[in-house]
Design a protein around this ligand. Structure first.
Ligand SMILES: CC(C)(COP(=O)(O)OP(=O)(O)OC[C@H]1O[C@@H](n2cnc3c(N)ncnc32)[C@H](O)[C@@H]1OP(=O)(O)O)[C@@H](O)C(=O)NCCC(=O)NCCS
Length: 189
């Protein structure tokens, strides 16, 4: 369990599959994530989860309320290069949980866990150029920066869009983060 200020991050359980199917089938979330998938069934989600929940490459976790365990969303961590200590993270929240600081709390808690407990050095991700909420979250609030742009890399809503390559290094997190709660690894437990 990784504790944030008001949330906690825990492993995904079989009982989370319906919640995850709802998030997957939400067309607004799919648009922001740059997914063009067909609808998912609870059955296919359950089968997929049984096969992939521990594939060694990715950790798939639920964000929930620290006190009453209300589920807010889903956050993933993917190992990219274990020697160079590089990883990819991504997040999505249900509509009712947005705009309340939950994503900032979850991303910073996971960043602190990965930098200070797991010894990662570089976290990275890709954000559609039209995804302003995600850019605000990672760049304005969580100390990430844009490293480059993959032009017309994503086809969505009958148009090509660019993808931003974003990252945060441990040394930059340490110098830029002003909320000392996230700089003390003891707060994560
Ligand atoms: C990206 C996402 C997780 C952000 O969640 P959130 O609940 O808005 O995040 P927070 O409440 O912690 O807010 C972070 C900042 O984002 C900004 N923000 C949130 N929604 C916004 C919107 N619709 N437009 C502009 N800015 C927005 C706010 O500036 C906020 O800062 P503030 O505290 O100063 O107001 C959420 O919008 C989401 O799940 N989107 C769909 C999936 C997705 O895009 N995932 C990321 C793929 S790269």
């Amino acid at each position: 369990m990784i504790n944030g200020r008001n949330i906690r991050i825990r492993a995904t359980e079989d009982s989370d599959n319906e919640f995850l199917t709802e998030l997957l089938n939400d067309l607004e979330i799919a648009y922001y994530e740059g997914r063009n998938d067909f609808p998912y069934s609870n059955f296919s989600q359950h089968e997929w989860f049984s096969k992939n929940h521990k594939d060694g490459q990715k950790e798939r976790m639920i964000i929930e309320d620290k006190n009453n365990q209300t589920r807010y969303g889903y956050i993933t961590f993917k190992r990219i290069d274990e020697v160079s200590r590089r990883a990819h993270i991504a997040i999505k929240l249900g509509k009712a949980s947005r705009g309340k600081g939950i994503a900032v709390d979850a991303v910073k808690s996971l960043m602190s866990f990965l930098f200070f407990i797991q010894n990662y050095n570089r976290l990275e991700g890709h954000i559609a150029e039209y995804n302003i909420p995600s850019q605000k979250l990672f760049i304005d609030k969580c100390n990430w920066e844009v490293e480059g742009k993959a032009k017309d890399a994503l086809f969505m809503h009958n148009e090509f869009h660019s993808l931003l390559w974003v990252s945060c290094l441990r040394k930059d997190y340490l110098t830029k983060e002003v909320d000392t709660f996230y700089l003390d690894p003891k707060n994560l437990y």
